[in-house]
Design a protein around this ligand. Structure first.
Ligand SMILES: NC(=O)c1ccc[n+]([C@@H]2O[C@H](COP(=O)([O-])OP(=O)(O)OC[C@H]3O[C@@H](n4cnc5c(N)ncnc54)[C@H](OP(=O)(O)O)[C@@H]3O)[C@@H](O)[C@H]2O)c1
Length: 319
């Protein structure tokens, strides 16, 4: 929580877990913010904006005006399901505050310019664990983070086990699993105190072994296990793993256009006909459910792996 002291404001630096002191000075008619680290933090100044609104104090006004507003990180927010999650959260009258991550800087910039008060962006590769660890460093969230929607993911190169080098296995695991573990570790203190939520975008591939999807399926099975472990280790945090179905995104296009040749004939037909028969889900269907879960998933869902349209999730299945 920020504490006001005269013309100064103490705020909480999300990932360095340190308090920062902001002072206002009137100089030549201009008001400037001076950021003073109260400790020996090694935080680097980012060129990306670190606070919501026009100044670090904005969040205080926002929280008072919108008490139901939640602060939520969405990864893989630049396309497909993640884009739908972010758009759903931004359209809520609760005026949620979002930290959006991905590599597509143009999409992140669009989010930022369309929602300057409610969006902070973080551009980087989840394969780079140094980036992931420092991703939220410096973000001014008023000591409060309510949820992570960990949605980013890659199929990798879709090679069969007999074709795959260890490095490729390792890279896919780093992106899909280890980056999540690193980000969770960094944010757990805040998630615990907010009694917050972690929502994973998993996959049916976690329990279904498609030839050439071995590493992808294994990463999604690991995500589901991570959700079960977090349920037992972190009673104050609700963690749910969601199977989004077969969704009309760039990932499905990649399956049809780049990866079919390594798959079995019957699986090729399944993914080709899902598109040609109009059976792919729009990203908003699972995306809206994941967004609603990030806002208010109930404790009893913790540790579960559920399909987006599971009857247990009826109250989260909104248009
Ligand atoms: N589509 C389906 O049928 C389906 C089915 C089951 C599960 N899923 C899961 O749903 C999630 C979203 O996928 P999608 O279908 O929406 O695919 P998508 O349109 O390709 O989106 C993938 C998202 O993940 C981000 N991402 C991928 N690799 C990244 C990296 N190395 N570093 C940072 N961000 C990265 C992408 O952002 P940048 O490109 O900007 O980095 C993008 O925002 C994934 O976890 C996927 O496994 C999808």
């Amino acid at each position: 929580m920020p504490l006001s002291r005269g013309s100064c404001l103490i705020n909480y630096d999300l990932c360095s877990s340190r308090f920062l002191w902001y002072c206002q000075h009137s100089v030549g008619g201009w008001k400037i913010q001076r950021k003073v680290h109260r400790s020996t933090s090694t935080c680097k100044m980012s060129t990306e904006k670190n606070y919501f609104g026009s100044s670090p104090e904005y969040i205080l006004k926002h929280r008072t005006q919108y008490p139901s507003s939640r602060t939520i990180v969405v990864s893989g927010a630049t396309a497909g399901i993640g884009l739908a999650i972010a758009n759903h959260l931004l359209s809520s009258s609760d005026q949620h505050l979002l930290i959006l991550a991905g590599r597509k800087v143009d999409v992140l910039n669009d989010f930022q310019s369309t929602n300057p008060d409610r969006v902070i962006t973080r551009a980087g590769d989840m394969a780079d664990l140094g980036f992931v660890q420092s991703m939220l460093r410096g973000v001014q969230c008023d000591g409060r983070l309510d949820a992570l929607a960990l949605n980013h993911g890659t199929l990798g190169k879709c090679l069969r086990i007999g074709q795959m080098e260890g490095d490729e296995w390792d890279r896919t695991f780093r992106i899909n699993v280890t980056s999540c573990v690193v980000l969770i570790k960094e944010t757990l203190p805040l998630l615990r105190s907010a009694k917050g939520r972690i929502i994973f975008t998993s996959s049916g591939a976690a329990t279904n072994a498609y030839p050439s999807w071995g590493v992808y399926g294994a990463t999604k099975a690991a995500i589901n296990h991570l959700a079960m472990t977090l349920k037992n280790e972190e009673p104050d945090v609700t963690t749910v793993s969601i199977r989004p179905g077969v969704v009309d995104t760039a990932m499905q296009m990649d399956i049809r256009e780049k990866f079919l040749h390594n798959m079995d004939e019957k699986d090729q037909q399944k993914f080709l006909s899902a598109k040609s028969d109009g059976k792919l889900l729009p990203p908003e269907k699972p995306g809206n459910v994941i967004a609603e879960l990030a806002v208010k998933a109930k404790k009893e869902l913790s540790g579960l792996f559920l399909s987006w349209d599971d009857p247990q999730l009826a109250e989260y299945q909104v248009e």
